[in-house]
Design a protein around this ligand. Structure first.
Ligand code: URA
Ligand code: SF4
Length: 493
C-alpha cells in the first residue's frame, strides 16, 4: 500500500504531487491511501513523510477536473482524496470523456461534493463576522467561524481583496487564516482543549505579537474601520461575542459589543454594572425621552435583561411620530436583528402584503415590537427564534410604553400573544380575543390579531390561507376604524 500524508485537510498541492507519483508508478486506486490533517497523524504514526519523495512528471488532466478537484479536496468527506484519485485513474486509463458522464456515480458524487463546497465558500464570504480588537499596536479584526467543509483556504482570498488594508484573522476549529499584508494559514483554534477565551488570546499573542510587522501597512490605513455595510450584513455568531468579551477583559483590551464601529465609541462595553442594570432607565433618575430619536438612542444602550448579549443591536420601532396606527409584533427576528429595523424578514413581508390588501400604508404606520432584542438559540449556523417569556416582556415594556407616549396612536394593533400581553399586562389568547376593539388606559383602542409568523409556521396551505384571511379581516377592521375616527377627528377640527 502506498501512502500519502497531506499537510492539511484541503492540501490540493500535496494531493496533486502524491497522485502524480502514484499514477507514474502505475498504482491502481486499491493500492493507495491518502490522509490529511489529524487523520494523517493517526494513520501514519511513525511513517516517513511522503513529501520526501521525488516529484513525478506533470499529468495532463482536463481543466474541468482541475477546478472540480480544487473544490472537492475541501469537502469534509474522508473519501474525497480516494474519489479524486479513482477519477484520475480512470481518466488516465482512457476514459477521456468521463467527466461529461453526469450519470456516472463517481462523477456525480464528486460534482455534488464540489457544489456543496462552493456553497459553503459563499456562505463563509457572507457570514464571517469580524470583531475589532484593540491590540497594543493598533486595531485588528478577529472572526470565529465554523465551516461545514474545509473552505478556509478557498475563501480567504476574498477577504484579502475586501479588507486589504486591515489586519485580520479568521479562526476556525481546524484552520485559521491571518492577514497583515501577507496571507498565512495556521492551525485551528481549539475550543475544547483550552478555555475558548484563552484560545483566542493565544492566537492573538502568537500571531500579532510575534509575526505582525507594523511597517507593512500604513498606520492611517490600519485605523480605517471595517466598512459598516459589511457589519450590517452579517448575522451574529452567538459564540464569538462572549469569547471576545472574556478575552478582552483578561488582556485589558477593549472589545466592541455594539452593532457598528462608530456607535461603539464612548460606550463602556465592559462596565460590570451594565450587565446588571435593574431597569432600562432608573425610574425618576432621568427625564423621559423627549423624542423618538432620543428614545431610540437610549434603547440602543439598554441592558435591562440578558437578551441584548448575543444580539447585533436593539431593534427599536420605526414610523412617523404622529402615526394613527401602531403595530406591535413580538420581537425582532434574525433579519431584523441584522438590519436593525422591525419587520424586514419573512414575517414582515407577509405583513406588508396584508397591509397592502387592507389598504393600510406601511409608511404611515408606526411598527414596533414588544421586546426589542432578538431571542434565539443557535443551531449550527442558524439562529432559531425563541419566544420571549413573561419576564422579558415585562422588562422591555417600558420602551413600548414610551413609544406609545410619544406617538399617541389612535389604534394599536397587537400581532400575537406576546404583543397582547405587553399591552394588556395579562396573558391573552389570540383565538379568544381577536378581532374586537378593547380600550387601553390612555383612551386609545387595541385590536388583537394573529402574528404573521404563526401563519408562516402552519404546516399546510389550506390552514395558512384560512389564518391569513382572518388576519386580513382584522386589518380591514383596523383600516375601517382609522377611517371613521380620522373623519371624526377631521370634522371636529
Ligand atoms: N416578527 C416580529 O414580531 N417582529 C419583527 O420585527 C419581525 C418578526
Ligand atoms: Fe432592554 Fe428589552 Fe433588550 Fe431586554 S430585550 S435588554 S429590556 S431592550
Amino acid at each position: 500500500m502506498a501512502e500519502a500524508r497531506l499537510a492539511h485537510e484541503a492540501d490540493l498541492d500535496g494531493f496533486r504531487k502524491a497522485a502524480r507519483r502514484f499514477l507514474h508508478a502505475g498504482l491502481p486506486p486499491a493500492e493507495v491511501l491518502f490522509a490529511a490533517g489529524d487523520e494523517a497523524s493517526d494513520l501514519f504514526a511513525g511513517a516517513t513523510a511522503a513529501a520526501a519523495e521525488e516529484d513525478a512528471p506533470p499529468l495532463m488532466v482536463p481543466p474541468r477536473f482541475a477546478s472540480m478537484a480544487e473544490a472537492v479536496v475541501c469537502h469534509c468527506d474522508g473519501e474525497r482524496f480516494a474519489l479524486l484519485y479513482r477519477l484520475l485513474w480512470r481518466l488516465q486509463q482512457g476514459e477521456r470523456h468521463l467527466l461529461e458522464l453526469a450519470s456516472d456515480p463517481e462523477v456525480a458524487r464528486a460534482s455534488a461534493m464540489a457544489k456543496a463546497v462552493r456553497r459553503e465558500e459563499h456562505k463563509m464570504h457572507a457570514f464571517v463576522r469580524f470583531r475589532e480588537v484593540a491590540a497594543e499596536d493598533g486595531p485588528a479584526w478577529l472572526a470565529w467561524f465554523e465551516p461545514l467543509h474545509h473552505v478556509v483556504d478557498l475563501a480567504a482570498p476574498f477577504f484579502v481583496r475586501r479588507f486589504a488594508s486591515m489586519r485580520w484573522s479568521i479562526l476556525t476549529p481546524r484552520r485559521s487564516a491571518h492577514w497583515d499584508g501577507t496571507l498565512r494559514f495556521g492551525p485551528g483554534a481549539r475550543r475544547s482543549d483550552a478555555p475558548a477565551a484563552d484560545a483566542l488570546e493565544e492566537h492573538w499573542r502568537t500571531y500579532y505579537a510575534s509575526i505582525f510587522n507594523p511597517a507593512r501597512l500604513k498606520p492611517a490605513a490600519m485605523r480605517r474601520e471595517m466598512p459598516k455595510r459589511y457589519w450590517a450584513n452579517m448575522p451574529e455568531t452567538a459564540l464569538v461575542r462572549p469569547l471576545m468579551r472574556e478575552a478582552a477583559r483578561r488582556t485589558g483590551a477593549m472589545v466592541a459589543s455594539g452593532p457598528a464601529p462608530e456607535s461603539r465609541r464612548g460606550r463602556v462595553a465592559l462596565a460590570p454594572h451594565a450587565d446588571h442594570a435593574p431597569a432600562p432607565l432608573p425610574a425618576g433618575a432621568q427625564p423621559l425621552p423627549a423624542s423618538l430619536a432620543e428614545l431610540r438612542e437610549a434603547a440602543g444602550r439598554c441592558r435591562a435583561c440578558p437578551l441584548w448579549r448575543d444580539t447585533t443591536q436593539t431593534v427599536s420601532g420605526e414610523g412617523p411620530e404622529d402615526a394613527a396606527l401602531m403595530i406591535v409584533g413580538e420581537q425582532p427576528g434574525d433579519q431584523e436583528d441584522i438590519e436593525g429595523r422591525p419587520f424586514v424578514g419573512p414575517a414582515g413581508r407577509l405583513l406588508d402584503r396584508a397591509l397592502a390588501e387592507a389598504g393600510i400604508e406601511r409608511g404611515e404606520t408606526y411598527l414596533t415590537n414588544a421586546v426589542k432584542h432578538f431571542k434565539f438559540t443557535p443551531r449550527g449556523k442558524r439562529r432559531i427564534h425563541q419566544k420571549p417569556d413573561a419576564g422579558e416582556i415585562e422588562h422591555c415594556r417600558w420602551w413600548l410604553d414610551q413609544e406609545r407616549r410619544l406617538v399617541r396612536p389612535r389604534l394599536v394593533l397587537a400581532l400575537g400573544a406576546s404583543a397582547g400581553r405587553a399591552l394588556l399586562r395579562r396573558p391573552v389568547t389570540i383565538a379568544r380575543e381577536r378581532g374586537r376593539f378593547q380600550a387601553l388606559e390612555d383612551g386609545s383602542r387595541l385590536l388583537l390579531t394573529t402574528h404573521p409568523s404563526y401563519i408562516l409556521r402552519l404546516p399546510d396551505p389550506p390552514r395558512q390561507h384560512e389564518a391569513y384571511a382572518a388576519m386580513l379581516a382584522d386589518l380591514r377592521l383596523a383600516a375601517g376604524h382609522l377611517r371613521e375616527t380620522g373623519e371624526a377627528a377631521g370634522a371636529g377640527s
